[in-house]
Design a protein around this ligand. Structure first.
Ligand code: PGA
Length: 247
């Protein structure tokens, strides 16, 4: 694992965008695994800026996103498909047909999971997977549990997550109760992994994931078994690693 210790969110975003750019420049038709959440927004903004300056070309890039809420259409402004449009896809020259996200409207759970695994395989696997990390060490919607899940699967959202999301919806009933997510196995098959983390709230998850025991109770800890992980984190997110003399 290579750790890039940066000052703050802005530097994290720039460094992460540098790594993604390097991938796209070295392999113009790279398969990027993409993530949603607040952490990657600055990275996408930086990539957009470099694209607009003419330094980056996404015309051959393919992408697969980690996850999507079940029951939300791509035009619902809470869906991850909408997020990707608003934060990256609508601003760069990636071809819509080259972007892939689980289909939240597919009611056939088994069919959708198989379809998405087949999409990833047909692309030849992921070259670089971008990941955020949850405060509890989750990656994608792989929450702490008793076992690691391998392939794409449908997860029941915890009461906590549903309650936290409620503020974005008209009523509690509108909040999705399930989500499709790549499994930890899909993530581990990526040829390289770029995990971004910013802020004190992530310090424990980062420490436990990279310097604690490998356990499904901390899903990101499995990344310790991956050969090619880049961790880009700011001082606050790395504070516990530093306090424990791990870095
Ligand atoms: P965040 O979420 O970037 O909004 O903190 C990360 C995650 O939960 O994976």
């Amino acid at each position: 694992m290579r750790i890039y210790q940066v000052k703050d969110y802005k530097e994290m975003s720039r460094k992460a965008a540098n790594i993604i750019s390097a991938q796209v420049i070295m392999k113009p038709d790279a398969v990027l695994g993409l993530a949603t959440g607040s952490t990657p927004i600055g990275t996408y903004r930086q990539l957009t800026e470099w694209y607009q300056k003419g330094d980056l070309d996404f015309s051959e890039v393919r992408s697969v996103n980690l996850d999507e809420y079940k029951g939300l259409s791509a035009d619902n402004d809470q869906s991850y498909a909408y997020f990707m449009g608003a934060n990256l896809f609508d601003h760069v020259n990636i071809k819509p047909e080259n972007t892939h996200i689980p289909n939240g409207l597919n009611e056939d759970i088994e069919g959708e999971c198989k379809r998405y695994d087949a999409v990833i395989s047909a692309l030849g696997g992921v070259d670089l997977q971008l990941l955020g990390i949850g405060n509890n060490g989750h990656i994608g919607f792989n929450e702490p549990g008793e076992a690691f899940q391998t392939g794409t699967h449908c997860v029941k959202l915890t009461e906590n997550t549903i309650a936290a999301n409620a503020r974005f919806f008209a009523s509690m009933d509108d909040v999705p109760k399930f989500a499709y997510t790549m499994g930890v196995g899909n993530i581990m098959q990526a040829r390289a992994i770029l995990l971004v983390a910013s802020g004190e709230a992530k310090a424990e998850a980062v420490y436990n994931s990279f310097f604690g025991p490998v356990t499904p109770r901390v899903p990101a800890s499995i990344l310790q078994f991956h050969q090619n992980v880049y961790l880009v984190a700011d001082e606050a997110a790395l504070s516990l690693c530093r306090a424990n003399h791990c870095i």
